[in-house]
Every structure is written in C-alpha cells, then in structure tokens.
Design a protein. Structure first.
Length: 318
C-alpha cells in the first residue's frame, strides 16, 4: 500500500507519467533504490527495477497505440475527401452529423450551413416518404440498402437526382445512433434516360404500323427499342432482338463499318464543325434467326436532349 501511495504521489507531483520515458540515469537510479528500500521494508518480493521497466513499457505501448489511432483517423478522413462520391452520416432524426466535401458540392451548401440540417429542409414530402421507408427498413432489419434513388433541392433551388446506399450507424456498444451512406449525383444520366425514353415513345407510335424496322440505341450501342417488323425482317421477336449486340445483329465487316461511322460522328461532335442534324446511310449485311444473311439500307442519326447533347441513336432499316 505504501508503494502504491508513493507512486501516486509521484504521478501527482509530475503530472503526466510519460516523464518516466525521458528520465535521466541518475534520477532513475535514485528512484530504483528508493522503491527497493520501501519494498524490502514492506516485505514485497518483486524488484523495483522490474516494476519500473514494466511501467515504462506500458506507457510506451499506450503512446504507440494513440499515435497509430491518430494516423488511422487521418487516413480515413483523407480517403473520404478524395473519393468522388458524397459520404454522409445522419442521426436518427435525419440531421447531418458528418459528411465530406463532395456532399457539400452536391448539395450546394457550405459546410457550416449543412451541418445539423434536417432532410425536411432539402426534400419535398414525396421524397421524404420514400427515404423514410428505406431508412425505417434499414433500422428494423439492420440490413443495408445497397441502391435507391431520391431527389434533393440544392441551396440555389435546382433539383438534382441522387442515387446511393445507406446502412445503420452504431456506437461502440452496438446501439443504433443513426445512418451512414454514399450519394452519387446522377442528374445528367437521368435526363439522358428520360430524353431517350421520350424518343422511344414517339418512334414507337410511328414504327408499330410500318414495315421498315425502326430501332433506338443508347450511347453504349445497346438496343432500347425495336419495332415489331423485326420479326418479318430477321425472324426474331422484338424481345429477343433487344438483347442482341451489334456483333449479333450484323456480319463482322458490317459491324466494323457501322462502329467506324459512329465513331466519326462522335469525333465531329467534339469539333467546331458539329452538325446537330447529322445522319448517315449505310449498306449493311444483317443476320437472320435461321443463320442466313441479307443486305439492308440503314439510316442512323443522333437523338439529343434539351441541351443538344447526344443521348441515343435512332435508326431505320429498309
């Protein structure tokens, strides 16, 4: 007990016990001799040198752990600031409690204004209901939602479409304290999809009652619409033909010609000679379901959004 009280007194006198790590030899010798003397008088068999060395080792390990923890936190924060996605943490009431700079840019708010902001301040009632249902399911099941979309209103009043994931945020004891998530701004993609869908609907009205094959593709050359007349021309149901790639639709030489022509059109989009009404007519060899091939005249042009950016390809086979 006397030994414990003595060490307690030393710690009080010197404040932070980390001073032991920097003690000079003379003082260390004095300390060891003094503690040895007290230990002998109290009948304790352990040596003071051993106890002092153990104490120094424990203090060194504590400092090392604290340094490693600080370095891990710095790496974690650096990673969050470097990613292109928005990262956020909400409390159970839907208030922001942590986020990275990317989320600030997505939302259009400075960090000071965004901190503590409730989701009611940047979502309308319809979006709030949708997000609440997702959060409630994540809370009750403790299973993350790996992908859903919602709409926000930025500080400047502009609405943006967001896609992301959300999972439950817990404290060190495992108690739920909020939610954490990743957010991507998909506004441009959503506009392109809507413009393409609108074009599909318009062409469908025209194509369903003509013999020529009308088709619509996205900018990755995936079919999004093919008219019913493809059954007559190629022997495939429209649902089957929609799954085909250009390589499954055309012979190899015709695929090369078609892709080379489309690449030239896209290069012109980047130049000063851009033509919003550009179209090309090609002679292409197509394949039928029975394995035979035939030649068609294909006319293709670009589908554009409201800003005249290409979002798809419209074509007609005759």
């Amino acid at each position: 007990m006397r030994f414990v009280l003595l060490l307690g007194g030393i710690f009080v006198a010197y404040g932070n016990p980390a001073w032991l790590l920097h003690i000079d030899n003379a003082l260390e010798k004095w300390l060891v001799m003094s503690i040895n003397f007290l230990l002998l008088n109290t009948g304790v068999s352990i040596t003071a040198a051993f106890m002092l060395n153990s104490l120094k080792t424990a203090l060194f390990n504590e400092q090392k752990t604290s340094k490693n923890l600080q370095e891990s936190e710095e790496k974690y924060r650096t990673l969050l600031e470097d990613i292109q996605e928005g990262y956020f943490e909400d409390d159970l009431a839907g208030n922001f409690i942590f986020f990275n700079d990317t989320l600030c840019r997505i939302m259009g708010y400075p960090r000071k204004e965004l901190m503590g902001m409730n989701n009611r301040q940047y979502m309308d009632k319809g979006e709030l209901k949708k997000v609440f249902q997702v959060y409630n399911k994540v809370y009750t099941t403790e299973e993350p939602n790996k992908g859903f979309g919602w709409q926000i209103k930025r500080k400047d009043g502009v609405k943006r479409y967001i896609e992301g994931s959300v999972s439950l945020l817990k404290d060190s004891s495992g108690k739920p304290i909020g939610f954490r998530g990743i957010a991507h701004d998909i506004t441009e993609r959503k506009k392109a999809e809507d413009a393409l869908k609108e074009s599909e609907n318009k062409y469908r009205l025209l194509a369903d009652n003509i013999h020529d094959v009308i088709f619509v593709m996205d900018m990755n050359y995936n079919y999004t619409y093919i008219s019913p007349s493809v059954k007559i021309l190629r022997g495939y149901e429209p649902e089957e033909a929609l799954k085909h790639t250009p390589a499954e639709t055309l012979t190899p030489s015709s695929v090369d010609l078609a892709l080379r022509t489309l690449s030239e059109i896209m290069e012109m989009e980047k130049s000063k000679h851009k033509d919003i009404n550009i179209s090309r007519t090609l002679q292409l060899e197509m394949s039928r379901k029975d394995g035979t091939t035939f030649w068609v005249e294909t006319t293709a042009s670009l589908i554009r959004d409201e800003n005249q950016r290409p979002v798809g390809i419209y074509g007609r086979n005759t």
